[in-house]
Design a protein around this ligand. Structure first.
Ligand SMILES: Cc1cc2nc3c(=O)[nH]c(=O)nc-3n(C[C@H](O)[C@H](O)[C@H](O)COP(=O)(O)OP(=O)(O)OC[C@H]3O[C@@H](n4cnc5c(N)ncnc54)[C@H](O)[C@@H]3O)c2cc1C
Length: 286
């Protein structure tokens, strides 16, 4: 198992994101996905963290299960939202005892139903400082190529991101569809004196209405050329095929531009990611 900072220093990383399943059926699907993706020898996988209660426990259980039962290196997401510092220290202790070595420190979002719990943290940097102070983890943060929806300006978005990334080991980006958005982000950080690794997040389109909704929520632009390409297909397999072609082109451009790795938002399915891997000629374990 390894710290992600060391893996990035040694070469490009290829990684996948999963979310904790909410039902027994979804759990079976994820189990199959993990076993199918294990053969791609990911550098690490990351597990998202929910808004509260039982979904948060499921994140911990899934991270620890992956650490113990597979050959894959897990990273746990953690958010500021609704957390006391004492709870964060307990969670960090439990990850350290399970030999989990990587944390993604995030702001999180208040639950849409207004049921937010009190929190000792406001911004991801506050949480980042506590995770770093524990001295036991390689720590990543989130970056938003097309600017975080709550940022009042591009300048303030980049300034706070630069501050965060100066302390963290690496960043992973929100998904986006134009390579220029990533290149511009990296250039803007460099202009602020920050050259820490920024791993682009890749979301292959597999469902037309779902991707438009997710893009709207995350602030990612949904370009007209992509809408046009998708307008020619309706069958789910055809939609996935277009999504895979588009994501393959994006990944190739990002690798050409010097990205330190690729992080795939899998939505707990393996097919699109495996197809992109094959298109890019990335190695697969025999
Ligand atoms: C790779 C990735 C993984 C994610 N995984 C999860 C997950 O597992 N669970 C989940 O709930 N969400 C997740 N998210 C979503 C994320 O929690 C939201 O986008 C959230 O709204 C912002 O998180 P952040 O870490 O960027 O927050 P922050 O860095 O705190 O930034 C949030 C906003 O506050 C501003 N800001 C930062 N610091 C300051 C300051 N000192 N003063 C004033 N303004 C400031 C920033 O510019 C930005 O506009 C993920 C996002 C990404 C990109």
């Amino acid at each position: 198992m390894a710290r992600i900072a060391d893996l990035i220093a040694a070469g490009r990383t290829f990684s996948f994101e999963f979310f904790p399943p909410k039902s027994d059926m979804a759990q079976l699907t994820l189990g199959r996905t993990i076993s199918e993706l294990e053969s791609l020898s990911p550098s690490f996988v990351s597990i998202t963290y929910g808004a509260g209660g039982s979904t948060r426990q499921r994140t911990q259980q899934l991270v620890q299960w992956i650490r113990q039962e597979t050959t894959i290196n897990p990273m746990a997401h953690l958010t500021c939202q609704g957390h006391r510092r004492s709870e964060i220290f307990e969670i960090l202790d439990s990850y350290a005892s399970a030999d989990v070595q990587n944390i993604l420190a995030l702001g999180g979002d208040a639950p849409a139903d207004g049921s937010a719990e009190p929190s000792d943290y406001t911004y991801a940097t506050d949480l980042l400082d506590d995770v770093l102070a524990s001295g036991r983890f390689s720590v990543g943060v989130a970056a938003h190529p097309e600017v975080h929806p709550r940022s009042p300006s591009r300048e303030s978005d980049r300034r706070f991101l630069a501050e965060k990334l100066r302390r963290a080991d690496f960043a992973i980006t929100q998904f986006f569809f134009e390579a220029e958005a990533y290149v511009r982000l990296v250039d803007e950080l460099a202009a602020l004196g920050v050259d820490k690794p920024v791993i682009p997040g890749i979301m292959p389109v597999t469902n037309k209405s779902q991707i438009e909704r997710m893009a709207q929520l995350s602030g990612a632009a949904f370009p007209s050329w992509l809408a046009e390409r998708l307008s020619t297909v309706d069958d789910p397999d055809d939609v996935r095929q277009v999504g895979v072609e588009v994501a393959t082109e994006l990944c190739a451009r990002l690798l050409e531009a010097g990205a330190p790795g690729l992080h795939f938002y899998t939505l707990n399915r393996s097919t699109a990611t495996r197809e992109i891997y094959a298109n890019l000629g990335l190695p697969v374990k025999g």
